[in-house]
Design a protein around this ligand. Sequence first.
Ligand code: 3PG
Length: 311
Amino acid sequence: KESKTQAVPVQSEGAQRLKISIYFATWWALNVIFNIYNKKVLNAFPYPWLTSTLSLACGSAMMLFSWATRLVEAPKTDLDFWKVLFPVAVAHTIGHVAATVSMSKVAVSFTHIIKSAEPAFSVLVSRFLLGETFPVPVYLSLLPIIGGCALAAVTELNFNMVGFMGAMISNLAFVFRNIFSKRGMKGKSVSGMNYYACLSIMSLVILTPFAIAMEGPQMWAAGWQKALAEVGPNVIWWIAAQSVFYHLYNQVSYMSLDQISPLTFSIGNTMKRISVIVSSIIIFHTPVRPVNALGAAIAILGTFLYSQAKA
Ligand code: 3PG
């Protein structure tokens, strides 16, 4: 990358910016579409363990197909790579299924408001478990994040404890995923796209037995009959859409993570949540009280202050 920058210095900065803007815009758009279809599916067929497994299965199948047809060059991995990937995959699986369980119980916007507190979890885990210290402004920025989320939670009209805890567990799991993947990706030779593909495959293997234990074929069959009777065959397309878009948005996010710092990534992630919160409120006509919106706005402002303080 460095030698390319040196060869075409003037063009490359503009081109790099354009490339990152395109990554970001694509990432957010794919994420909004995923969130909408995911919620439509969960409303009609409320089995989050199965739907989160299907998302991983679809992504894994897409990537295995791309490797087999040489559309994408398969990564060269060894046992060590998969060993290092294992804790990342465990954290990814927990974070994913917990967010999906959350969205099956509460409004999409509420899950994402709570998920905007991820930076606060990151600081607290780094401080108390890893012994890292931060400048005082970083700690201060946690006050609006935590306060804003708390305000949004206590004023949420359709509050549900499982929905709330799912989003909190997802935050914690994704902090660990990011810590482990930073370690695992150090000096790696696997691209962002292939790294995420391997993560999907391993997560699928981990999640499948738990999905069967938590829900299982009998529940799925009964729920499926009901969904077909109530929604009709369209529900199949919704499941296909949520699965394909889940893979695509994550793939694009890992591809952009290749190009930018984790800090820029987390700012991008917060801005992504704003587009999801606003669009899901409009599409699902989610009732929002002004004080509830104020809590969300304070939390999101807090994550911006956090990124400033960290920068
Ligand atoms: C999931 O299902 O994994 C969550 O929707 C992920 O949320 P995030 O990628 O927006 O953190």
